[in-house]
Design a binder for this molecule. Sequence first.
Ligand code: NOJ
Length: 554
Amino acid sequence: MLNDLWYKNAIVYCLSVGTFMDSNGDGVGDFQGLVRRLPYLQGLGVTTIWLMPFQPSPGRDNGYDISDYYNVDSKYGTLGDFAEFTHACHERGMRVMVDLVINHTSDQHPWFREARSDPASKYHDWYVWADRQPPHARDGVVFPGVQKSTWTFDKQAKRWFFHRFYDFQPDLNTANPQVHAELLKIMGFWLQLGVSGFRMDAVPFVIGTKGAKVRQPVEQYDMLRSFREFLQWRTGDAIILAEANVLPDTDLDYFGDEGERLQMMFNFQVNQNTFYTLATGDTGPLKKALTATKARPATAQWGVFLRNHDELDLGRLAPEQRAAVFAAFGPDPDMQLYGRGIRRRLAPMLSGDRRRVELAYSLMLTLPGTPVFRYGDEIGMGEDLSLPERECARTPMQWSTEPHGGFTKHPNPSSRVISGGAYGFERVNVASQRRDPNSFLNWTERMIRMRREVPEISWGDFAILRASRNDVLALRYDWRNNSVVCVHNFAAEACTVKFRSGCNGPGENRLVNLLSDDHSEEGDDGRHTVVLEPYGYRWYRVGGLDYLLKRSEL
Ligand code: NOJ
């Protein structure tokens, strides 16, 4: 039954254990603190928690430099705490996904230590080496301006090693069968501890060919199939959500034509064009991106997001489009990063304008796919630009007006909560927003609740409706003889928009508003005429309120 695909109608919430909640006052968030906050996440409507890396790590790339795949960093607790955490999530009907960082290890991982100190060791070939500096060593850096090269000379091994990311993250030789077997073992380990899937880091690099002679890596897609098969053999419903910022014409290679590879991928194409539309009001490129990423097998699903823990990567936009987004949301060079992105959180990018923030989230919740929230965005947290690179948008969760935002009782924690100003914990925090029925937190909770009741978006096919204005996006979803229409106005002015719903069945000339009382009747010209507020949005069900009444097949 297609209904068994839990990830289709999930609400994913991404967080870092270390910055969420500190239970023991040592200044670092931990699993016990996170467990205490599960009622909060459950109340918000979250169904799946995605944990960023929490394994032992020197912590030079926010944990994406792992030194032991089979453990929990002692800063955050123990493996026992992790098992308690997954148990507590399951008790509350929530699932857990964890980051799977297998493109590279930390240079402090015992495998790399042995590889560099003993070229005869089996671990030497677990990494990617060259005797001489490859001629293209300066190509393909992921963090331009910070990272100089993708090959570094190792004094111990007296050879060059390959690192797609920073030089302390040597790439694993994923083509080595022993490495492949170990990667499966890592997945098997965390599945055994109760996770439902993995957010797989840097997938194009994991499956790309690597080596001194490789100028243009070639993706080995069969690897994805073998991951998928292993996962489903061990745990039938476990999934992989891929981080793969690739062009639309390769999407199907990742999903597999028959859906035999990965179940989910983040939709970077739609993400970047969403920001272009938010910046300019021009919906054209977003419509193109939606159309270009439309084809996917029935079991596959996009992960839809606004901001994540990295910079807002605008690298796939045309230069003039990128310039428009920079000008609107990150004009100061210090807000920009790696020449391609913006390192800010969403609320400050939108000048804290509640109407625009609502528009952005209403859109995210109604784009084709499964919405992925980032911790703190549900209260409109900001960034601390005094912190380096991407750290600025990774500050601790703001729980209350208590010292350090209630995140920790430590007098001087190394992770500093944002304090003072429009986004400081004194003004932006969970406790205050909980008490205010009109807060953004309560708005988000209501919208998530409604989104869960509109399975057409998760499961259905979509059509872009021809709206009479280019600054309005109107989408219709159809699923099991039910349809919903979602309309978003990207302009700062109120407007009147006309469109045909495209549904002509009995009673279908009526659009029933799912969020308020103002419904829409089709006019004599067969079109709906809707007056939208500045940055206004509508969610309608065609014909009636309840999709169950019309459900014709199960
Ligand atoms: C992608 C992650 O999102 C990013 O935070 C990290 O730095 C790189 N992969 C390297 O693991």
